[in-house]
Design a protein around this ligand. Sequence first.
Ligand code: NAI
Length: 348
Amino acid sequence: MVWMVEDGFVEGLHVLNDGASGLRGVVAVHSTALGPAAGGCRFWCYADQQDLVTDAIRLARGMSYKNALAGLPFGGGKAVLQRPGTSFDRDALFRAFGNAVEALGGSYVTAEDVGTSVADMRRVRTGTAYVAGLETDGGAAGGDPSPWTARGVFESMAAVADILGLDLSDSTVAVQGAGNVGGHLARLLARAGARLIVADVDAARARALAEELGAEQVAADAILTAEADILAPCALGAVLNDATIPALRIRAVCGAANNQLEGDRHGELLRGRGILYAPDYVVNAGGIINVCAEYLGEQTGEVEARVGQIAPRLREIVRLAGEREQPTNQVADALAREAIASARRLAA
Ligand code: NAI
């Protein structure tokens, strides 16, 4: 197995294997140069361990870059757990995961991701304080990160529409994935007057959202070829690849899913087709901003201010990409690497 990302090795790869609870997976710590590695916990069914580990490492790198560009005092990491194929004790599994996070001594801070919920984080909390994404009271930051993620994506999408000479109220947006973020995003878009096309592999979920918002529903395998102004991937990663990019009928991509590009070179392919790509980890930082604020004991107002900086940051990346004649993902990666490298230089 090759456990490496394009720009070097991860700092740590911790294997979790607890027979009693059925906990199996890894915590990948990509970088702690800027602070503890923060990133959610994904609970999903993988074909084999190599797939799981590769996903964890790519997601952890994305978290490092996301946290660095969002100006957060955190490095990047990710937990990826194998969802058991047969019935299992969810309480025991996430309690065991909490103990495993505790054993890392604060080098990794967890929260929700695909397949995990606030209730799961409460279970994790029984074993460790290195967790966020729980309920809080009053003006304190915290709770479900997905509305914040949706807000950052929505504001970025308004900026994308503006760059394209459009307004969201006369744009068509294709939303892939009607889950936590996709659902919140679709509601914000509907309120702004956008026309919506939605799809989910869970067709009933997509139907419920479509009926609520008066949106068009298409089959999950049709959303990537739907004709729209903007595609919002809000499901899983690697949806922009050699097979899908030539068939896209959109002008821009702006969505919440992590690792939308199968490889870095797919940013160039999108650019070649004249499709504006809003780098995923730039626009979907709202959730981790909220998670980190909760962890640091900050107020909601600070989350609002930081989430409000996402769309201007995207505009600057698009401007630089135009100036340098480079794909937007390359520009964002370079800025993130520079932020991490300068933190390392300061620490040395
Ligand atoms: P979720 O699990 O609530 O929703 C994902 C939805 O995508 C599910 O309804 C699932 O059935 C659907 N789906 C899976 N494969 C699909 C396919 N091929 N076609 C159509 N639908 C498909 O997850 P959540 O929290 O909404 O996250 C969505 C994406 O955004 C993930 O990639 C996640 O890593 C990313 N993200 C989420 C954040 C958050 O605050 N929840 C923060 C930053 C990124």
